[in-house]
Design a protein around this ligand. Structure first.
Ligand code: NAD
Length: 477
């Protein structure tokens, strides 16, 4: 099956080449996708422009919203099929893939309902004037998404971009895009006019770079690594095109000596093992007040040992790492830490019976990681938790903010004043108090500070990002 959706039709890449799609559970090729290039991106951008000037651009916000709501219904109806596709492509446990599909549907329900509730205002001005400030779409939106939550990322970007009235060109990750193909098919079935959503599979350095440097895009939304994010910002800046960057994180979970540990520990463990740690908002640093440090790491180590890693069908806590490159990268962090003498406090178990060729990594807990160690500062993007002691509230703040990232923070304390003081000082786009929502919450504005990026996705604010203002001044005398 052709994997490029351009102008409402599924077509093969113009260059005729394909990319192998590999199952991370056994490293075997299970299908291929088309290798879209600059020529295909150009066709997709032109199709999107025509859609803006035609059937799509002429729809009312209510009509756009209805299509999205219908898409949400179709996603739920086809939920099992999408979950199976997602689990096979990424290796994640089936029950997690099923939950992801419900979240995708929620994006379409939420933004479908919001499409006609996002509007402008009238400004009182001089006598004889009528001034309207209206919300308008940017035009052609370039969407580049990664492989860790491919279906959810599809919903997170495509749903608000369409709700705001943009026509989209989506470049999913070459490492996991199969669920996106099915989701695009369902949007067409829901009645989306041709060209409103175009999808080009291909390599990032090829199709992705061609898209973000295309002179006719009007907005770009990128989710991925800080390195590529910087390149995207540079290429969009050449055409004065605004972009949203959702990059990585090194998020702290801060545990004070008055914390409710029974509540905190299972959530802390899940926040790093969920999706095998391949979550930008994973709670990858565990900062513990020094007088309870030993007690907490002992309990977290116990919980870590019970975490099980397996195939989607085994449906354990987590699956494999998505590809060979990431697998080697995650292992290099673990091996370097061990070699440099950082104590390995616990390791989870990879289930018997998984393929030896698969990219399975047993989650690892390291303790008393030196503050300047690579493991304490750099994003692993895998199931590796770094525990570190802190002295008091001020020390906790300094340590929590000591990385270049600023995506999410978790605070565990029963002291209300401290909860508020810390929430105010955390340099992160989200702060969770006595809870943690790695990746969760369609309704909650999400995005980074510092090197975690800029702009916000999710919630109503995503509609603001995906639109701009037009001021209309009428002199009626
Ligand atoms: P990546 O940056 O290599 O790839 C992300 C996407 O960008 C893919 O679709 C890829 O094809 C594309 N791409 C690659 N090179 C490109 C280029 N030159 N021009 C345009 N597009 C290009 O990252 P990855 O390996 O897919 O994902 C892992 C990283 O992404 C981690 O650092 C992680 O923290 C981050 N991430 C962040 C979030 C978030 O919401 N903040 C979510 C998921 C992943």
């Amino acid at each position: 099956m052709a994997t490029l959706l351009i102008d409402g039709k599924w077509v093969a890449a113009s260059g005729g080449q394909t990319i192998d799609v590999i199952n991370p559970c056994d490293a075997k090729v299970f299908t291929t996708i088309d290798r879209g290039t600059a020529a295909d991106i150009d066709l997709a951008v032109k199709a999107a422009q025509r859609a803006m000037d035609g059937a799509w651009g002429n729809l009312t916000a209510t009509e756009r919203g209805r299509i999205l709501v219908k898409a949400g219904e179709l996603i739920l109806k086809n939920g099992e099929e999408i979950a199976q596709i997602e689990a096979r492509d990424t290796g994640k446990p089936l029950s997690v893939a099923r939950a992801d599909v419900v979240a995708v549907a929620r994006y379409f329900e939420y933004y479908g309902g919001a499409a006609d509730k996002h509007h402008g205002e009238q400004i009182p001005y001089l006598n004889g004037y009528n001034v309207q400030v209206v919300r308008v779409p940017h035009g052609v939106a370039a969407l580049i998404i990664p492989w860790n939550y491919p279906a959810q990322m599809f919903g997170r970007t495509v749903a608000p971009a369409l709700a705001a009235g943009n026509a989209c060109v989506l470049k999913p990750s070459e490492d996991a895009c199969m669920s996106g193909l099915k989701l695009a098919e369902l949007l067409v079935e829901a009645g989306l006019p041709a060209g409103a959503l175009n999808l080009v599979t291909g390599y990032g350095y090829e199709a992705g770079a061609a898209l973000t440097s295309h002179p006719d895009i009007n907005y770009a939304s990128f989710t991925g690594s800080p390195e590529v994010g910087a390149m995207v910002q540079e290429s969009t800046a050449k055409h004065s095109v605004a972009c949203t960057l959702e990059l990585g994180g090194k998020s702290p979970q801060i545990v004070f000596n008055d914390a409710d540990l029974d509540k905190a520990i299972p959530i802390i463990v899940k926040a790093i093992t969920q999706n095998a740690g391949q979550t930008c908002s994973a709670g990858s640093r565990l900062l513990i007040q020094e007088d309870i440090y030993d007690k907490v790491v002992a309990r977290v180590a116990e919980a870590f040992k019970k975490v099980r890693v397996g195939t989607p069908e085994m449906d354990f806590d987590c699956g494999p790492i998505v590809n060979k490159k990431q697998f080697e990268r995650v292992n290099s962090f673990i091996d370097d830490a061990i070699k440099s003498g950082v104590p390995l406090l616990a390791r989870a178990t990879v289930a018997d019976g998984v393929s030896k060729e698969g990219y399975f990594v047993a989650p690892a807990l390291f303790g008393a990681v030196p503050r300047d160690h690579r493991l304490a500062c750099k994003e692993v993007f895998g199931p590796v938790l770094s525990a570190m002691p802190f002295k008091d509230e001020e020390d906790a703040v300094q340590l929590a903010n000591a990385t270049e990232y600023g995506l999410v923070s978790g605070i565990w304390t029963e002291n209300g004043g401290r909860q508020q003081r810390l929430a105010k000082r955390m340099q992160s786009g989200q702060v969770f108090i006595n809870c943690y929502g790695a990746g969760g919450g369609v309704e909650l504005p999400f995005g980074g500070m510092k090197r975690s990026g800029h702009g916000r996705e999710k919630g109503f604010v995503a509609l603001e990002e995906f639109s701009t203002l037009k001021t209309i001044v009428q002199h009626h005398g």
